[in-house]
Design a protein around this ligand. Structure first.
Ligand SMILES: NC(=O)c1ccc[n+]([C@@H]2O[C@H](COP(=O)([O-])OP(=O)(O)OC[C@H]3O[C@@H](n4cnc5c(N)ncnc54)[C@H](OP(=O)(O)O)[C@@H]3O)[C@@H](O)[C@H]2O)c1
Length: 512
């Protein structure tokens, strides 16, 4: 039986979410992301019969690669990275319509060649075909690609018709508020906002989408989702890996840019936003922006709302690993943080007085992404004897990765002849309930962009609002010397300064 028939997530998709005839053009087609995520995503959509009948894939890059060789590279990528094994019949259908165009990113003539290539595909198909441009290159060439898409007439293709051109832009969306505004300016000079899909692949993950379902479809949560019942919210995105061979890239980035500004801020917005009036893209994005705008400016000074650190040597999985400053490509006096934590306050009716803690780091004790909602304690009159009554705050945790699911900490009586209590955990795991072959985030996102559903993508004003909060922190860190950089041993849960952010409110980080 095909996965599309038995996988519960896929029921109904092929019938109700059909994409029009489409040519997906990947800029940076010889790159790492294309091989690891994009080609496997297209392939798995094909296996699930979710690609339109007239689907074409075009790779674009500076290297001269014959069509056959590109198809071979794509096939190898599927063999290595796809969640499902290569099935020759499924791949054959995509491969027959897979081609490659060589050209520079700042070369208008090459873009005109690309335009003719797409015209030929359209003639072959015999009707309008929508173009979906996926910019999967380093950010230094985002602007030339966008400008040339405009100059070659590709951005405006079929504008005003249902099959208008669309563009997906990979992260990072700018390095700070100024560059994000500049990039938005370039995009808007060429595309209309409804044509633009800024990707944050976290939004394609099942548990992130489940957050909306849990919040707004279960009567038990929404009445409690406010300052009267919630004590604090902790959002953690931690990795066990260090910078590996990507030290040069990471030196220009750091934890705040790489994770906090995009992924954790998105998780925060979805957790804390008001109920949208509908599930359409604009309603949800309006609520996210409103929420981000209600976050108070952070106190960046000493003993303020921020902590940053670099990992020192330590142990990961029983093995000794080196510190950040000893990694390949890292300056001896590097000021790039591998860990960042923030304490945020949201100044609105629902959340005033509830701290939101965000943290992200490399070389931490465990790889995990989760949102933990910590509820207040009930009055302690009945179970006051701390010897007999081991009690925890109720915590609802959305685990985004690995092992996607939802858990709830409750207090329960220990079986026996006297009343003693202990916290217990209730677990829901996607893999156990629905099977483990969940579509990857990129599959959902590529399909949504083909269909024209922008719900799981970031709008331009959302990106800028998030940068508005993070840029003053980056500026202060870049001005400060290394003496304000803390360190934490690899394999730990981060530096003392991060614990101090919570200690002010008599709270502790959860150990997921
Ligand atoms: N890799 C990931 O897991 C990942 C995850 C999330 C987001 N992203 C984002 O996705 C985008 C692509 O990532 P990637 O890892 O695939 O990048 P990449 O492998 O470094 O580059 C992709 C392609 O872009 C072209 N390119 C590389 N450097 C260039 C330069 N300096 N000037 C012009 N073209 C250049 C190359 O193609 P040609 O030489 O053939 O033109 C290369 O194959 C980036 O924006 C990245 O931040 C990546």
């Amino acid at each position: 039986m095909a996965d599309s028939q038995r996988h519960p997530f896929l029921h109904g998709l092929s019938k109700h979410r059909g994409a029009p005839p489409t040519v997906v053009v990947i800029f940076g087609a010889s790159g790492d992301l294309t091989a690891r995520k994009l080609i496997p995503a297209v392939y798995n959509l094909g296996v699930d019969n979710l690609l339109p009948t007239d689907f074409h894939l075009v790779g674009y890059g500076r290297k001269e690669i014959p069509d056959d060789e590109f198809r071979g590279l794509a096939k190898d990528a599927i063999k290595e990275f796809s969640r499902r094994e290569l099935d020759d019949e499924s791949w054959g259908r995509i491969s027959a319509n897979t081609t490659y165009v060589a050209g520079g990113y700042d070369d208008l003539q090459a873009f005109e060649r690309l335009a003719s290539h797409i015209d030929k595909i359209e003639q072959q198909v015999g009707r309008d075909v929508q173009s979906l441009f996926y910019i999967s290159t380093p950010p230094s060439v985002f602007a030339p690609i966008l400008k040339n898409l405009g100059a070659a007439g590709l951005a405006g293709k079929h504008l005003g018709k249902p099959h208008h051109a669309k563009v997906i832009i990979e992260k990072p969306f700018g390095r700070n508020l100024e560059s994000a505004r500049e990039l938005n300016g370039t995009i808007r000079s060429v595309f209309e906002e409804h044509q633009v899909y800024r990707i944050d692949h976290y939004l394609g993950k099942e548990t992130v989408q489940d957050l909306l379902v849990q919040r707004f479809s279960n009567a038990i949560f929404e009445p409690l989702w406010n300052r009267n019942f919630i004590d604090s919210v902790q959002i953690t995105v931690s990795e066990e890996v260090g910078v590996g061979s990507r030290g040069g890239y990471y030196e220009q980035s750091g934890a705040l840019r790489d994770m906090i500004q995009n992924h954790t801020m998105q998780l925060l917005a979805l957790t804390a936003m008001e109920p949208p009036v509908s599930l359409d893209a604009e309603s949800i994005r309006d609520e996210k922006v409103k929420l981000l705008k209600a976050i108070q400016p952070l106190n960046i000074g000493p003993n303020g709302d921020v902590a940053r650190a670099q990992y020192s040597a330590g142990m990961i999985g029983g093995k000794e690993v080196r510190g950040y400053l000893e990694e390949e490509g890292i300056a001896a006096d590097s000021k790039t943080e591998t860990y960042a934590a923030l304490r945020m306050s949201i100044n609105n009716w629902r959340w005033q007085g509830v701290p939101f803690y965000l943290r992200s780091g490399k070389r931490m004790a465990r790889r995990v992404s989760e949102i933990a909602i910590n509820f207040k304690r009930p009055p302690g009159t009945l179970f006051a004897d701390s010897e007999k009554f081991n009690l925890a705050n109720n915590t609802l945790a959305f685990q985004i990765q690995p092992d996607e699911g939802l858990s709830m900490i409750l207090n329960a009586k220990i079986p026996g002849l006297e009343t003693r209590t202990q916290p217990v955990k209730m677990n829901f795991r996607y893999a156990t309930t629905f099977g483990s072959n969940t579509p990857e985030a990129y599959e959902r996102l590529v399909l949504d962009a083909m269909i024209g559903d922008g719900t799981l993508f970031i709008r331009g004003d959302e990106a800028e609002t998030s940068w508005k909060l993070c840029t003053p922190i980056l500026d202060a860190w870049s001005e400060a010397g290394r003496e304000v950089m803390e360190s934490y041993p690899a394999g730990s849960w981060g530096p003392a300064g991060s614990d101090a952010l919570l200690a002010k409110n008599n709270q502790l980080w959860r150990q997921p």
